[in-house]
Design a protein around this ligand. Structure first.
Ligand code: UN1
Length: 517
């Protein structure tokens, strides 16, 4: 069944298709159309920001525990529609069904965490320098938030922004990836049925260029107070510049080139399992996907042989079956991936499958699950012999490709782990606590795994990166509250007279010349 979907602004579907229409094929069965979407344009986006601005004061006045209740209801609706949403996600972006269910669970986990935040949103009571005076802090909503997200996690990542933004008293304009309109529309319908007043959540389907113009317009009009963006480093930089001109700090979650370091004392089978999942799970299209395995020279050959075996024998294919990964998300992702395959140089050794590039009848993959000709399937590719000077070392390659580099000293391992300038996720396999803490101390990444893959962050720890991976903002858990609230400081002097801070403070005479005999 093909879904007809459109933007949802102020609780209503947007008529017409100011930004044109797109047809979304199932990437696992290209002859099946999942959705026909009517796109909005910059004007639609600006209208949505106006609707959100209008709804915001009323939503902020809604008591926070009641806002938390809306989040609880949304979480319940997601659970009640768990399987339908998971299946839709798999149909629209080809994510293996087990991973889609995991992603929907991440939305439920996020709701479970934040539904109680409505009853906390703690401020502080702080002692004053003066008698008969009390200091306080309050969390104040930022206002309206535009959330622009990628399509590789079309519901979990949006929920990381939208759920805390709402519970904090903000209203939202969400711009999902234009290649996941069906999942986005379904997700928005669940939000709209959770009891949110019209205009509190708005969803605009639009392409990137129109969205950027819409952002500029809304910022100029003063209808937008915060931008959250998950996507590429280049677009993040442009959004950061734009927001900065309006004295705003956006929440930016950008790319990664996540290292997985294998020390000589590592459990190699465990490391292989981690590399396989984070390298090829979601067809390597997570921001937390493994970029380069950095393996000690003493265990390099042994690790590589085991990694090659695991990769060559892994089940790839139909995402509704039990596979390591399915197709690429869309034709755009497939094309970009083909470009990145050209970063493989003659000094590299390529392993992992029966061929490189698209899986076809001419370039088949042993053990492929289903018919590769039906979808956008690509061979897994291990590139051994990566050095710090290689383009592939410093380029985020969003797809099923993993580099392998080797090192002799821990310093070299750290240079390789940090030298690309990204800093999202990282991992070390070792049994030595000293190395674990040395790694934690020296790695530039915002997230560190020990004897675990670079993917699979839990939904209540701070998620985010440094350097080319972001501007230091963090999502998830209590840490994201600082993205969606501003601290307000209040002092209340009930002494009945003016007490001047710093000047009218009681002095305690001390004998600072005193010394022990
Ligand atoms: C992303 O790729 O943008 O940590 C998010 C993970 C998932 C989320 C990834 N929980 O791999």
């Amino acid at each position: 069944m093909t879904r007809q979907v459109t933007s949802l602004v102020a609780g209503r579907p947007v008529e017409g298709a100011a930004g044109g229409t797109v047809s979304i094929p199932n990437p696992a069965h290209l002859d099946e159309t999942v959705a026909e979407a009517s796109l909005g344009d910059a004007g639609t986006f600006a209208d949505a920001c106006r609707a959100a601005k209008q709804a915001q004061p009323g939503w902020a006045r809604t008591p926070a525990p009641v806002r938390g209740r809306a989040i609880q209801q949304f979480g319940r609706l997601v659970e009640a529609n768990f399987e339908a949403l998971s299946q839709l996600l798999t149909h629209e972006i080809g994510k293996p069904i087990a991973e889609s269910r995991g992603e929907v669970q991440e939305v439920v986990d996020t709701c479970n965490f934040f539904l109680g935040e409505g009853r906390r949103l703690y401020g502080q009571t702080v002692p004053s320098e003066m008698p008969d005076k009390q200091l306080f802090t309050f969390r104040v909503p930022v206002g309206t938030a535009a959330i622009v997200t990628a399509g590789n996690f079309p519901v979990a990542v949006p929920s990381w922004y939208i759920v805390p933004a709402l519970v904090c008293g903000n209203t939202v304009v969400w711009k999902p990836a234009e290649y996941t309109p069906a999942t986005a529309e379904a997700f928005t319908q669940l939000l709209l049925h959770a009891g949110l007043p019209d205009g509190v959540v708005n969803m605009v389907l639009a392409d990137g260029a129109q969205t950027f113009v819409g952002l500029e317009r809304a910022l100029d009009e003063g209808t937008l107070d915060k931008v959250g963006f998950t996507g590429s480093t280049d677009v993040g930089r442009a959004i950061g510049e734009l927001a900065g001109r309006h004295l705003q700090t956006p929440c930016l979650e950008l790319g990664g080139k996540n290292p997985l370091v294998v020390m000589p004392d590592a459990d190699l089978d465990l490391a292989v399992e981690g590399a396989l999942f984070s390298g090829f799970g979601t067809a390597g299209q997570r921001c937390t996907s493994l970029g380069t395995v950095i393996v000690h020279a003493d265990v390099h050959d042994d690790f590589l042989a085991r990694f090659e075996k695991a990769t060559t024998t892994a089940a790839i294919g139909d995402p509704t079956a039990d596979v390591l990964y399915g197709p690429m998300i869309s034709a755009r992702f497939a094309e970009r991936f083909e470009g990145w395959l050209e970063l493989v140089r003659p000094h590299h050794t390529v392993l992992g499958s029966t061929a490189v590039g698209r899986i076809t009848a001419e370039d088949p993959r042993d053990g492929f699950v289903g018919d590769p000709g039906e979808g956008l399937y690509y061979h897994p590719t291990i590139v051994d012999g990566v050095t710090i000077d290689d383009d592939i070392y410093r380029t985020e390659t969003f797809g099923p490709i993993v580099g392998v580099a080797s090192f002799d000293t821990f310093d070299q391992a750290m240079e390789l782990a940090n030298g690309h300038g990204y800093g999202l996720s990282s991992s070390i396999y070792t049994s030595d606590p000293l190395l674990v803490f040395r790694f934690r101390d020296r790695i530039s990444a915002g997230m560190v795994s020990v004897n675990n893959s670079t993917s699979g962050a839990e939904a209540h720890l701070p998620f985010g990166g440094n350097g080319r991976s972001g501007n230091g903002s963090r999502q998830s858990g209590v840490w994201v509250l600082d993205q969606f609230t501003k601290w307000q400081a209040m002092n209340w002097d009930y002494s009945g007279h003016l007490q001047k801070a710093q000047m009218d403070v009681a002095d305690l005479e001390a004998d600072l010349d005193f010394r022990l005999g």
